[in-house]
Write a protein that binds this ligand. Structure first.
Ligand SMILES: O=P(O)(O)OC[C@H]1O[C@H](OP(=O)(O)OP(=O)(O)O)[C@H](O)[C@@H]1O
Ligand SMILES: Nc1ncnc2[nH]cnc12
Length: 188
């Protein structure tokens, strides 16, 4: 069954948020029974809503001295690169294991439906660079926590994490050790 998603809060009181929220959907019992999967692919079918999503992040991060946008595989690869290009930052892919050919550092993590691991090319960032982590959804926060650890191990400063959707009842925000998290839409 498909259920329309709605924005619970409109932090910025921006009319674009409602269009973004209503262009996404929730799919019950995917990928396993009992889960409510937040599907951003329908947002990508709506060029206006997709552009508004990228624009909201670009407006927030332009002029903040951010030189690294790190995107989490796979869906952080959709939102991260257009944000990086627009703010004049490099894009660093944080990939699942054994996908990157160079020297990597790795972080294992636990998520809603299992365990996984993220890897980053160690030479992709310079110590002291200001970075932003981008993904589509924050659920338990395990993925973002691993991403932050990778960047900090490489000496970068993580300024903020940015996601399109937060699932507040899973309390992912609490896993980030106080690191700021900016989201456009909250939904259970
Ligand atoms: O906050 P968490 O509980 O860590 O969950 C959030 C992560 O889960 C999803 O990715 P997934 O691991 O399903 O990988 P995929 O994008 O490759 O399908 C989502 O895109 C986030 O990266
Ligand atoms: N409920 C959910 N929907 C989409 N992506 C997710 N990643 C972790 N939990 C998720």
């Amino acid at each position: 069954m498909l259920v329309a998603m709605s924005a619970w809060k409109d932090r910025e009181n921006d009319p674009r948020i409602e269009g973004i929220a209503s262009s996404m959907r929730v799919i019950s019992d995917f990928p396993k029974p009992g889960f409510k999967f937040k599907d951003i692919t329908t947002l990508l079918l709506n060029p206006k809503a997709f552009k508004n999503t990228v624009d909201l992040f670009v407006e927030r991060y332009t002029g903040k001295g951010i030189s690294v946008v790190a995107g989490v595989e796979a869906r952080g690869f959709i939102f991260g690169p257009p944000i990086a290009l627009a703010i004049g930052a490099k894009f660093v892919p944080l990939r699942k294991p054994r996908k990157l050919p160079g020297t990597v550092i790795s972080e294992k993590y636990v998520l809603e439906y299992g365990t996984d691991c993220l890897e980053m090319h160690i030479e992709a960032v310079e110590p002291g660079e200001r970075s932003l982590v981008v993904d589509d959804v924050v659920a338990t926060g395990g993925t973002l926590c691993a991403a932050i650890k990778l960047l900090e191990r490489a000496g970068a400063e993580v300024v903020e994490c940015a996601c399109v959707i937060e699932v507040p009842h899973l309390k992912g925000r609490e896993k980030l050790n106080g690191k700021p998290l900016y989201v456009l839409v909250e939904t259970d």
